[in-house]
Design a protein around this ligand. Structure first.
Ligand code: CTP
Length: 429
């Protein structure tokens, strides 16, 4: 569809970037519908996007100043449902369309200004050789690979290599991207690339970066399978401290703590519980162990989080600081599981997972075991009766009904009652 449209419009069009990289690496991830497609048009990308949207029954979001557009369209317009496993009815797919361009960077760490050019120039401005390949889609030359910087060679050599020495000056977020691709594919950052990242750190280019851009890269890293390896590699390059002083893993045991925290997170993920983790919140809690509230707030502001998010994260951290000694007391006094539930039921899971790691250090395996049991067995425990059952027993409507239900739940948690019948008897009592 794309190639035919380009033929009709008399322009050349290419698929570029991550799609090409993952296609050549034959990774599952390139397969639709999981992946964003990036197109580059040698011509007006925005006009192309409007025609493409018409063909696909989609809509366009354009960014005039960058001469780019996004085409959003329903998956059913393009994909045969029999070819793909859909876990829901209809999905919106997206194609990014850019105009082949030559970019001029005004000064380090700010967004570029733009002028028209060709695919080669477009590829030249990209981050790494493995991301600077394009495949032509016009029908007469469909599938032709443009690889001016030997991206294929670097895929074979498993190397992350930049295209020119000023790459990290043009865009310092590339330091984080280099680490992400290195760890994701088990590649190695080239020696020149490593030297230039260290140089960018020494020139404090990361410090000058807009927090929003750091946050965007960080959030992608936090979704990677190799998140822990990425964090440790960032530490290795001193990037964490450059982002914000409170992120530094300055003591040897900080590294152990973070490592253990991500092991616990892996364990939690394997439970497939409904309560999803906010990866950013978990990261920030773990990384800011021993940091004052003021510094923590400074970190949130550095990352340009919205005021709602700042409030939320500050609240959760203060909850964590408040409840931790209570959980320790609960453990020392050997109180029942129901008391732990009362302490933790309104505490965010990210904070509970943090405590699993933190308190194990001070109180050993047994506390970790009990907290783990709370997470997978107790926290979402339900009872089989409802308020109506209690009313039917002759209890008057009001707060009392809720109290009884709560008592039944706590009794079930402590194993005092197990089945349906016993619960009714307990409630009556
Ligand atoms: N790019 C770049 N410099 C950046 C960000 C992106 O040169 N700072 C280019 C790269 O060519 C990259 C493409 O833009 O391949 C698309 O970027 P993005 O969608 O962020 O990454 P992908 O390469 O598609 O990687 P992922 O698999 O993580 O989506």
């Amino acid at each position: 569809i794309v190639g035919q449209l380009a033929d009709e419009m008399g322009v050349s069009v290419y698929v570029v970037g991550g799609f090409v990289r993952d296609l050549i690496m034959d990774r599952e991830k390139w397969r639709w519908p999981n992946m964003d497609i990036d197109l580059v048009v040698e011509g007006d990308g925005i006009v192309f996007a409007y025609y493409l949207a018409e063909l696909l029954g989609g809509r366009v979001r354009e960014h005039k100043e960058f001469m780019t557009a996004i085409v959003l369209f329903p998956s059913s317009r393009l994909l045969d449902k029999n070819d793909f496993q859909f876990d829901h009815e209809e999905q919106e797919l997206r194609i990014d369309v850019a105009t082949a361009r030559l970019e001029y960077y005004q000064s380090p760490a700010v967004l570029p200004t733009v002028e028209l050019s060709s695919i080669r120039m477009d590829l030249t401005r990209r981050d790494f050789t493995i991301n600077a390949m394009a495949i032509k889609l016009n029908t007469s030359s469909f599938g032709e690979l443009e690889d001016y910087f030997d991206g294929q060679g670097d895929i074979k050599q498993k190397t992350i290599r930049i295209l020119h020495a000023l790459s990290f000056v043009d865009d310092p977020t590339r330091a984080l991207r280099a680490i992400r691709f290195e760890q994701r594919y088990d590649f190695k950052i080239s020696m020149q690339c490593e030297r230039l990242i260290r140089n960018a750190v020494a020139l404090q280019l990361i410090q000058k970066l807009d927090g929003k851009r750091i946050l965007a890269e960080l959030e992608i890293i936090l979704q990677e399978e190799s998140v822990l390896e990425c964090i440790l590699r960032m530490q290795d390059f001193n990037l964490l401290e450059e982002i914000h002083s409170s992120l530094s893993l300055s003591h040897a045991n900080d590294v152990d703590f973070v490592t253990e925290a991500y092991r616990v997170l892996d364990w939690y993920d394997m439970l497939y519980l409904a309560e999803k983790i906010d990866n950013l919140l978990f990261f920030l809690l773990v990384m800011s162990k021993g940091v004052s509230t003021g510094e923590f707030k400074g970190l949130l502001e550095r990352l340009c989080l919205s005021s709602v998010q700042v409030e939320k994260y500050l609240f959760i951290r203060s909850q964590l600081i408040g409840v931790q000694p209570k959980v320790e007391a609960w453990f020392e006094k050997k109180r029942p599981m129901s008391s732990l539930h009362l302490l933790l039921k309104n505490v965010a899971m990210e904070a509970i997972l943090y405590m699993v790691v933190r308190l194990e250090k001070e109180h050993g395996e047994e506390l970790k075991r009990q907290l783990s049991y709370y997470i997978y067995q107790v926290r979402h425990e339900k009872i089989d009766i409802t308020g109506n059952d209690i009313l039917r027993l002759g209890v008057e409507q009001g707060a009392k009904v809720g109290e009884i239900l709560q008592k039944v739940l706590l009794a079930k948690i402590d194993g005092i009652i197990a089945g349906y019948d016993e619960e009714i008897v307990y409630a009556e009592g």
